[in-house]
Design a protein around this ligand. Structure first.
Ligand SMILES: Cc1cc2nc3c(=O)[nH]c(=O)nc-3n(C[C@H](O)[C@H](O)[C@H](O)COP(=O)(O)OP(=O)(O)OC[C@H]3O[C@@H](n4cnc5c(N)ncnc54)[C@H](O)[C@@H]3O)c2cc1C
Length: 328
């Protein structure tokens, strides 16, 4: 059976594994201590936060088909928050989000989508792949110098700048990928003993250093106490990604208080996470399939399709379709 190494166990890498598992012998490598990448859930009881992806849409038929078993098994559910749009600290729009397209979340956390996909797969966690070498087959070396041999194919399912660190310049799409830029984002996590009296549970924000405020604990089947999940604007994060984290956290707390008109300094739990490669700079990006049959090397990820969970799946779907047709 063809042996495939997939580097990265976020939703794109796991989708590739899921779609190819009956056709090939698959091994995944993930640098973090668990799967799910940017669709993770931070747990610090009694508080839980989806600090990456907030929800996702399913606009294409292949993705709708793919998630149907998740819906049937209760791994995902629709989220129906009261939605508003802020311009700085003014609410400029209220929308009946629930009457629009479905917005799905993993239950009881976003990371459960990845956990479900990971079931039964061969995954090396805590394993950062540092380099790739090809002789007769591909050989991977991790950050500790340990080697993994004998792969016919390698698929990099990583943010574009991290994929470029591993892909050789001889990869047919190297220059194509090098122009796909990703931007940063901060996630501010706030936990409270008492609920805040807000008249929304989901808000997009413009004209501020924030882009999103959500009552995370409002999502279906969340455990724990009242939580707010706040995302910075990409512009702010790009400018401050290397700044001292306490300083960034205090600034975002002040911004949140200003926008929602309540002092969130009183939160019982405060934490911040910085994502260096959160989202595509170009949200309309549509790339070809990065599939090099000569080198038996491929790349995929949300960045191939403008970012987002559905983009991660679509890139995996297109890649595996092409591999099944021509390579395996
Ligand atoms: C703050 C934030 C908010 C978001 N909000 C939304 C949203 O509301 N809706 C939506 O649809 N999308 C959202 N997204 C985007 C969504 O999270 C991503 O599109 C999706 O999770 C990407 O999956 P992926 O598998 O392509 O990449 P990733 O999830 O980044 O997976 C890549 C994996 O590779 C691992 N890795 C990296 N380097 C190595 C290495 N050298 N060796 C081994 N492993 C490695 C990483 O640890 C990671 O687990 C958001 C993202 C962020 C950061």
């Amino acid at each position: 059976m063809t042996k495939i190494a997939i580097i990265g166990a976020g939703l794109s890498g796991l989708s590739v594994a899921h779609l190819l598992k009956d056709y090939a012998d698959i091994t995944l490598f993930e640098k973090a201590r668990g799967v799910s990448g940017r669709s993770s859930t931070r747990r610090d009881e009694p508080y839980f936060f989806d600090h990456g992806a907030q929800y996702f849409t399913a606009r294409t038929k292949p993705f709708q088909d793919f998630i149907q078993p998740f819906l049937d098994k209760g791994i995902i559910e629709r989220w129906k928050p009261r939605y508003v749009r802020f311009k700085s600290n003014q609410i400029i729009q209220r929308r009946n989000w629930c009457a629009e397209e479905p917005r799905y979340v993993g239950v009881p956390g976003m990371n459960h989508v990845a956990k479900f996909l990971a079931e039964g797969l061969n995954i090396h966690i805590n394993t950062r792949i540092a380099s790739l070498n090809h002789q007769d087959t591909w050989q991977l070396t991790d950050g500790q110098g340990k080697q993994y041999h004998g792969f016919d194919w390698v698929i990099c399912a990583l943010p574009s700048p991290q994929a470029l660190e591993l892909l050789p310049v001889s990869f047919a799409y190297h220059s194509h990928i090098s122009v796909i830029k990703m931007r940063a984002c901060f996630s501010l996590m706030l936990g409270f003993e008492q609920s805040l009296p807000l008249d929304f549970e989901a808000a997009h924000v413009t004209d501020a250093d924030l882009s999103w405020i959500a009552v995370n604990s409002h999502k279906p089947q969340r455990q724990g106490l009242f939580t707010l999940m706040v995302h910075s604007s990409e512009d702010y994060a790009e400018a401050c990604i290397d700044d001292e984290r306490d300083q960034v956290m205090q600034h975002l707390i002040n911004e949140t208080s200003h926008i929602i008109g309540q002092d969130v300094n009183q939160a019982n739990y405060k934490n911040i996470h910085g994502w260096r490669y959160a989202n595509n700079a170009d949200k309309k990006q549509k790339s070809p399939t990065f599939f090099d049959q000569n080198l038996r090397l491929a790349a995929c990820g949300d960045w191939c399709f403008g970012g987002r969970v559905e983009g991660a799946f679509t890139s995996a779907y297109n890649l595996t379709k092409q591999m099944k047709e021509s390579a395996l």
